[in-house]
Each structure stands twice: as structure tokens, then as C-alpha cells.
Design a binder for this molecule. Structure first.
Ligand code: AMP
Length: 174
């Protein structure tokens, strides 16, 4: 198994002072690393019985879409407010300052469908937990929450306690 911590690039003070940004673009630039990410996340989605894959804008698309294609499953984008063209359902969530909302098309899932929700990174868990609520509001079930990176010290996992959570790399104490 490849050590992804050697591939992920730390960028201090982006997008603002005090944030250590985990840049996954070097993973995407490495066919070996990206291939391993897609195979691993696809393996989890399969093991969890996923029948559809949802990706969170925008880095969740980069991982979620190839996983869905590899497994022969539908892919559903969860987008920032105002981007989707058809009728949408939305869930608001708190940011450090203010709030944001995430949206999906209201006909995104067949009733009861098991959905693997994918993003690149778990920080506080606010984004993923909003997306899970949205999946449930739309009549589907969350099969699991799948990430490349987890910032364990932010305890985002606690916000997702009712769902299986998987991450390839955990920065537990930074
Ligand atoms: P959160 O809602 O706090 O779990 O934040 C997760 C979202 O913000 C994900 O879509 C990440 O891509 C992004 N994010 C938060 N913190 C970082 C970080 N330190 N490095 C890279 N992306 C981050």
C-alpha cells in the first residue's frame, strides 16, 4: 500500500492564515496513487452495498465519478447552491463564519437506494453531515461516508456517528 502522506502536499495558510491545506493534486498527477485511491474507495463502496455514489463539489466529484463508473453505479453530484439546473432540494450547514448550502436534484435517487457519499477530506464533518441529511431527505439511505483524508483531531467522525466512515489517511494529532 502506497503511503499517501508522502504524496499529499501541505500548504500552510491556505485559503486563510492558520489553515494547513491538504492538497491532493499530487495524488491526481500520479497514476499509481490515484489508481489506488479509486480502487480503495470503490472497494469500500462495494463492501457497504452501495447502489449509487454521490460526490460533494468539487473534489468529491474527482473521486466519486470514477468510482461510480468502475462499479457500474449511478453518480450523483451534490453541488453548492444555485448550480443545479433542475428542481433541487437543499440543506444548509454552518461554516466557521456564516452558512452555506448544498443541493441535489430532487429526483436524484430511487426510493431506499443505498448511497456511498464521497469527498476528498473530512475536517469538522459539517459538509458531509449536511450531504447525508440531504440523501435521507430525498428518500435514500447512506451506505457510508468515504474520504481520502481525515483530519482526526477535528473529530468530524463524531458528527457522522450513525454512518460507516472510511478514510485512507488519518492525520490524528496535528
Ligand atoms: P468540513 O465540512 O469541515 O468537514 O470540511 C470539509 C470540506 O472542506 C471538504 O470538502 C474539504 O475539501 C474542505 N477542507 C476543509 N479543511 C481542509 C483542509 N485542511 N485541507 C483541504 N481541504 C479542506
Amino acid at each position: 500500500m502506497l503511503d499517501l502522506t508522502k504524496v499529499i502536499r501541505d500548504v500552510p495558510d491556505f485559503p486563510k492564515k492558520g489553515i494547513l491545506f491538504k492538497d491532493i493534486t499530487p495524488i491526481l498527477a500520479s497514476p499509481a496513487a490515484f489508481g489506488e485511491v479509486i480502487r480503495t474507495v470503490a472497494g469500500w463502496a462495494k463492501e457497504l452495498g452501495a447502489e449509487a455514489v454521490a460526490g460533494i463539489e468539487s473534489r468529491g466529484f474527482i473521486v466519486g465519478a470514477p468510482v461510480a463508473a468502475q462499479l457500474g453505479l449511478p453518480f450523483v453530484p451534490a453541488r453548492k447552491k444555485g448550480k443545479l439546473p433542475y428542481k433541487t432540494r437543499s440543506v444548509a450547514y454552518a461554516l466557521e463564519y456564516g452558512q452555506d448550502a448544498i443541493e441535489m436534484h430532487e429526483d436524484a435517487f430511487a426510493k431506499g437506494r443505498r448511497v456511498a457519499v464521497v469527498d476528498d477530506l473530512l475536517a469538522t464533518g459539517g459538509t458531509m453531515s449536511a450531504c447525508c441529511r440531504l440523501v435521507e431527505d430525498l428518500g435514500a439511505q447512506v451506505a457510508g461516508c468515504l474520504f481520502i483524508v481525515e483530519l482526526g483531531f477535528l473529530k468530524g467522525r463524531e458528527k457522522l456517528a450513525k454512518h460507516p466512515v472510511r478514510a485512507m489517511v488519518n492525520y490524528a494529532g496535528e
